[in-house]
Design a protein around this ligand. Structure first.
Ligand SMILES: Nc1ncnc2c1ncn2[C@@H]1O[C@H](COP(=O)(O)OP(=O)(O)OP(=O)(O)O)[C@@H](O)[C@H]1O
Ligand SMILES: [Mg+2]
Length: 155
């Protein structure tokens, strides 16, 4: 576990935490666990909407990282950042980086929605205010996702 982070894209200056996990189902489970603890330490109980929305996003992105973004022998990273973003309110930013840069997330077409898979990014798209992906040199990518927080949600 480490707190050293490299931001994919942004200028957060406040709170941040980062970890590295094996690219496996167990690694994804561990990521969800530590993320929940971190959100709690930042003041959100599991009963809050912010905690629950962030948990869904983290679950979907980490699950994707260890399936679609899996590269044998390579870990994935999770970073959580909380801070003021220029021109915006306080933002909770979630970053999940995997080693597979040549494959990118694809939001399913409306016509294929309702299928048994392909729901993860639809959930992320609905819960996040912004999300996207950026290359992570030398060969990976980072999926990032931001939730704008109202003042009352920061306590
Ligand atoms: N980290 C990733 N690396 C590469 N491709 C990805 C990644 N995340 C998502 N994708 C691509 O985007 C598609 C849509 O992702 P999404 O999470 O919505 O669906 P899914 O993972 O296929 O199914 P579900 O999440 O419902 O179990 C995936 O099928 C995959 O092709
Ligand atoms: Mg998925």
């Amino acid at each position: 576990m480490t707190t050293e982070i490299t931001l994919a894209q942004s200028s957060f200056t406040s709170l941040c935490a980062g970890w590295q996990f094996a690219s496996s189902r167990r690694g994804a489970w561990q990521a969800r666990l530590v993320a929940g603890r971190q959100l709690t330490s930042w003041g959100w109980s599991p009963a809050t909407e912010v905690f629950q929305d962030a948990a869904v996003i983290i679950s979907e992105l980490t699950s994707n990282a260890v399936t679609h973004g899996h590269v044998r022998g390579r870990d994935f990273q999770l970073h959580l950042l909380l801070g003021p973003c220029p021109g915006l309110a306080t933002v909770l930013r979630i970053e999940v980086s995997d080693a597979r840069g040549e494959r990118l997330p694809q939001l399913p077409e409306a016509s294929t929605r309702g299928a048994e898979s392909g729901r993860g990014l639809i959930l992320v798209d609905a819960l996040a205010d912004r999300w996207g992906s950026v290359p992570r040199p030398p060969s990976g990518k980072t999926l990032w996702c931001e939730m704008d927080l109202m003042v009352s949600q920061q306590e």
